[in-house]
Ligand binder design. Structure first.
Ligand code: NAD
Length: 252
């Protein structure tokens, strides 16, 4: 049987890396992207290979939409040369940055960067990759718990995630005729490098999260990698147009 292939943006570390390793354990091959950490990306390739899978990494800055056509050509070449396929099956729009600024203090430059990375990229990268996604494929857009509950300092970031949640529903509707499912996965606060590693390294913030989470702790990357691989498993094929939150029950 042909092995399935997942394309994950921002797969060099954090949630994208965890998704890559959970999917590889499930028998899915990986095309990942990294921004600048080529060595970390290569380490993920080796970890996927150790699980018996195939993996390749491409450099991509998702804030530069002018490079997307070239990126799509690279993916097409990689599919042919490395995987002997014309299509990949799963797209996970995961790459992103944290930015903490109150509504009053958010600058236009911060806003423009967040909109480029968290909204324009999932919109146009997905649009341009569509011919390479197999019919019956699946797309997961990573949102955030912050699009449901409001914490001071995330007005711009959370608004972009809210936009992605609306986009996911439209994509689910318009891509349904091709059998492609589209869902939003919204992590709660997870201990990664995100936002300068604050959830992981700031003990006050970590305790605040734990105290407001039904399961009593902050999330870990594997909590999200596991949720993503579950959403891409065979039994999840009838789920589309949904927002699924994986937050351990944050601010219920
Ligand atoms: P992380 O900082 O550990 O990893 C982010 C990944 O995105 C890295 O691989 C990085 O290289 C990539 N990236 C960042 N800017 C990029 C750019 N301009 N072009 C290409 N790649 C870029 O963070 P994470 O926690 O793994 O976050 C992954 C996703 O999850 C993001 O979309 C984030 O908004 C979302 N999220 C994170 C949390 C959390 O608490 N960690 C909570 C909710 C949502």
């Amino acid at each position: 049987m042909t092995r399935k292939i997942a394309l994950i943006t921002g797969a060099s570390r954090g949630l994208g890396k965890s998704a890559a390793l959970h999917l590889a354990a499930q028998g899915v091959d990986i095309i990942g992207t990294y921004h600048s950490a080529a060595a970390e990306a290569q380490s993920v390739v080796e970890q996927v290979q150790a699980l018996g899978g195939r993996a390749a990494m491409l450099q991509l800055d998702v804030s530069q939409s002018g490079t997307f056509d070239g990126f799509v050509s690279e993916v097409r070449r990689l599919l042919k040369d490395v995987f002997a396929q014309e299509h990949f099956n799963f797209l996970i729009n995961n790459a992103g940055i944290g930015a903490h600024a109150s509504f009053v203090e958010t600058t236009e430059a911060q806003f423009d960067q967040l909109v480029a990375i968290h909204f324009k990229a999932p919109f146009f990268l997905t649009q341009k990759l569509l011919p390479l996604i197999s019919d019956g494929g699946r797309i997961i857009n990573i949102s955030s718990g912050l699009a449901r509950f409001s914490l001071p300092g995330y007005a711009a970031y959370a608004s972009m995630k809210g936009a992605v949640e609306v986009l996911s529903r439209y994509q689910a509707k318009e891509l349904g005729p091709r059998g492609i499912t589209v869902n939003t996965l919204a992590p709660g606060a997870i201990a990664t490098d995100f936002g300068g590693g604050a959830v992981r390294d700031n003990s006050d913030l970590n305790a605040m999260v734990a105290n407001n989470t039904a399961l009593g702790r902050a999330g870990l990357p594997d909590d999200i990698g596991g949720a993503i691989s579950t959403l891409l498993a065979d039994g999840s094929n009838w789920i589309t147009g949904q927002r699924i939150e994986a937050s351990g029950g944050m601010f219920l």
